[in-house]
Design a protein. Structure first.
Length: 368
């Protein structure tokens, strides 16, 4: 199979879908790998490094898409890339379809086969989402702490306080990978942290392993409103696998929050769990609504592309090789890879995506 790795074109997105070690593994498995010229520079990887392990350098994205049977990316295709995608081409990347009807319709119309990192389930986990969730969770506290500075529009609070002055209160909605990593960072910096989740077993586990300055609360609409009213920072870290994120904070709830409080919605690429959040970029990351500063960058890990690229490809590499070795038909019937199949040959093959837009669902095993 000819496998293409194009350069990402989303603003301030410097990750790339494969590193030299992954390219070598694919080449040794008998595949040809085309990497777009200078595609890895943002992550600190040169064309020479790809070439040294058997990768071939393609001059343009059109060359990569035009010659490849399979495309490995990081982010979802943008509108400029839609015309490059061919019928029956296999795409393996983050799609987050439930957040975009436009993207969903474009991929259905293309006739391509779309396997999404974020919905692949193995041993009851989401192994291809985990590394970027770890990065985003840790980054959410870093960027939130900066946003709390007065010149950024925040309350002018040091996250951990100092002796004699209270620390910031951080409320984290969700106790999964993002929330856990956010809590570790916030607690380590000395903040007063509250984690909220609906899973009592998860809360019991987190209560055993988290620092003493992290409190666990069962989540409900009333409890959320009570907590955000006294919060300096709120981190949205809720995920419903393959589906749109639930709305946990409404516009009218903002009036109860402190002026200069900060919300960081990590779930924004799945539609966001805060009603007033809309996707922003690293170049223009924040906006103000009712006195509350919003940080809603949809590709947060793109700001640390070397860490993110190597972390991501550590996880995606083995599955990319398995997918390439099997091909679409066999993969769509594999117990694990079929969970990543979101769109096959013009059919919606993931229930969460179908439900998000009230479209028909087709079992992936019955498409090809």
């Amino acid at each position: 199979m000819i496998i293409g790795v194009p350069k990402e074109i989303k603003p301030q997105e410097n990750r790339i879908g494969a590193v030299p070690a992954m390219v070598l593994d694919l080449v040794e498995a008998g595949h040809t790998v085309l990497v777009e010229k200078d595609g890895g520079l943002g992550a600190g990887v040169t064309d020479a490094e790809y070439a040294s392990v058997g990768g071939q350098i393609a001059a343009t994205a059109a060359d990569v898409y035009g010659q490849s049977d399979m495309i490995i990316k990081v982010k979802e295709p943008l509108a400029a890339e839609y015309p490059l995608i061919k019928k029956d081409q296999l795409l393996f990347t983050y799609f987050h379809f439930a957040a975009s009807r436009e993207l969903t319709d474009a991929m259905v119309s293309s006739g391509a086969h779309c396997f999404a990192y974020e919905t692949l389930i193995h041993r009851n986990t989401l192994p291809l989402l985990t590394p970027m969730s770890e990065v985003a969770g840790r980054m959410s506290v870093q960027v939130g702490a900066v946003c709390l500075e007065k010149h950024m529009g925040g309350r002018g609070i040091l996250l951990g306080g100092i002796p004699g002055v209270e620390p910031a209160k951080v409320v984290i909605l969700g106790g999964g990978v993002v929330g856990t990593n956010a809590a570790k960072m916030a607690a380590g910096l000395g903040a007063d942290v509250t984690m909220m989740d609906i899973d009592l077993d998860r809360l019991r586990y987190l209560d055993d392993v988290m620092a003493a300055n992290v409190t666990m609360l069962h989540s409900s609409p009333i409890a959320i409103r009570e907590q955000i009213a006294t919060a300096d920072m709120v981190i949205g870290a809720v995920l419903v696998q393959g589906a749109r994120a639930p709305r946990l904070i409404r516009r009218e709830d903002l009036k109860d929050m402190k002026d200069g409080a900060v919300v960081v919605d990590v779930a924004v690429d799945q539609g966001g769990c805060i009603e007033t959040c809309k996707p922003t970029t690293h170049a223009d990351p924040t906006f103000l609504v009712d006195g509350v500063l919003h940080y809603c960058v949809a590709n947060m890990p793109g700001a640390v592309p070397r860490t993110s690229t190597f972390g991501l490809t550590n996880a995606t590499g083995p599955w990319a090789k398995k997918l390439a070795n099997m091909g679409v038909a066999e993969a769509s019937r594999d117990d694990v890879l079929r969970t990543a199949a979101n769109v096959l040959a013009g059919k919606i093959t993931h229930e969460g995506v179908a439900e998000a837009f009230d479209l028909d669902f087709t079992d992936p095993a019955k498409v090809l």
